[in-house]
Design a binder for this molecule. Structure first.
Ligand code: ADP
Ligand code: MG
Length: 385
């Protein structure tokens, strides 16, 4: 019997009808490209959020999370920013399903999670995905059936996060949580939602993907995220394109020439357009088995995010530099930046050396002790019990 089932019984006094799970994710490359209609390449993680759920007849949603406490709200009261706190991510999903015309009633839901919260590994989309999976099955919506229905569900989870949780994020996290398959990264084209499953296998190359949780989260990262998005929109408008995706890499020099008067837009465009190309190059290198090249692309991505997009921080830079210094083939920040996590592509035999090097460097700088795990590509949301 799972802990989340126990938790459900303790809190709600009866058995759940089932348990659903959805993963966090780590993005291999393609950062700050999703809201520019670009390309991203995430894997789903074995770390999951679990939702034990049971239908109610009275149109009330009751939530209980081991990491958030309890929330109760009538479905018709869910609105932008309501309920406040963590419950809005879960409530938002039911709101989005109802907005889309699905017949969804009240629920009791107990939540437990192994996804680190606020570490840039998308605990928010894992929470949304687990609740969405439960609601889809319990109300007979069939939205877990295949990639096309999962695409619909991912869009509704994104709407929940954007409108009810009021976080202006792109669609990568929800797509990863709902559309990834075991052993693969997804190449997601954010212009049309198209996904290609890209085999991602490191063991036969003697490599591991080390995730370094910096434990740092700098203030106002949300505000910075909004400013970067706005700058990208301004740049697209100045260049006369719908989004920066419409600037081909082969036209980057001309585009930059037009932005020479504005250093900020110049640097942002330089990052976004080159990063989209790095995603393509990474897929090509993975398919050719050229993992050293993948490492170099990770590092170039980090430098571009640090110097041109200006979303790194000391903790991320120290993690990347010391990982590379200790033998990683490449490393980069992953997620929105200003804290969160970094990833490093590391020969298995050097993995502990890299961990030690990063830990020592953090100690020298007086940073909070970082955490590490080795990421393997897992499958998307599903019913567990
Ligand atoms: P990330 O998605 O990178 O972990 P976010 O800031 O997008 O970071 O989302 C974190 C927020 O999501 C938390 O502050 C909380 O409100 C909510 N959340 C995620 N997982 C849980 C959980 N298991 N229980 C309660 N709230 C959660
Ligand atoms: Mg999130």
């Amino acid at each position: 019997m799972s802990t989340v089932t126990d938790q459900f019984r303790r809190v709600f006094g009866e058995d759940p009808e089932g348990v659903w799970e959805a993963p966090g994710r780590v993005n291999l490359i393609g950062e700050h490209t999703d809201y520019n209609n670009g390309l991203v390449l995430p894997i789903a993680l074995p770390q999951r959020t679990y939702a034990a759920a049971r239908r109610r007849v009275d149109g009330t949603l009751r939530l209980s999370s081991t990491s958030g406490g309890e929330v109760e709200i009538a479905l018709h009261d869910i609105a932008p920013g309501v309920p406040d706190g963590w419950g809005r991510y879960a409530a938002g999903v039911l709101w989005a399903l109802r907005e889309a015309g699905h017949l969804v009633g009240g629920l009791d839901i107990a939540i437990d999670s192994t996804v680190p919260i606020g570490s840039g590994l998308s605990s928010s989309a894992a929470l949304e995905g687990a609740v969405a999976a439960a609601a889809s099955d319990l109300f007979g919506l069939g939205l877990l059936a295949d990639d096309s229905t999962r695409t619909t569900l991912a869009a509704l989870c994104q709407k929940a996060e954007n409108v009810i949780a009021q976080a202006p994020t792109g669609g990568m996290d929800q797509a990863a949580s709902l559309r990834c398959t075991e052993g693969h990264a997804i190449l997601l084209d954010c212009r049309n939602g198209h996904v290609s499953q890209i085999p991602f296998e490191l063991r036969s190359h003697g490599l591991v993907l080390l995730v370094i949780d910096t434990k740092a989260q700098h203030a106002n990262s949300d505000g910075q995220y909004g400013r970067r998005r706005a700058a990208c929109e301004r740049a697209a408008a100045e260049l006369g394109v719908t989004s920066l995706r419409d600037v081909p890499y082969s036209h980057l020099a001309q585009a930059l020439h037009k932005l020479e008067h504005d250093h900020e837009l110049f640097a942002r465009v330089q990052h976004v357009v080159s990063e989209i190309q790095r995603v393509r190059d990474t897929v090509e290198a993975l398919e050719a088995g050229e993992l050293a090249e993948v490492g170099l692309l990770f590092t170039s991505s980090h430098l571009s995010l640090r110097d041109d997009f200006d979303v790194s921080c000391d903790e991320l830079d120290v993690a990347v530099d010391s990982a590379i210094g200790a033998g990683a083939l490449g490393a980069r920040m992953t997620g929105g930046g200003f804290g969160g996590s970094a990833i490093a592509l590391v020969p298995e035999r050097l993995a502990y050396d890299v961990e030690r090097a990063v830990t020592n460097a953090y100690q020298r700088r007086g940073f909070t002790k970082p955490a590490f795990f080795r990421a393997t590509p897992a499958g998307g949301a599903r019913r567990t019990e």
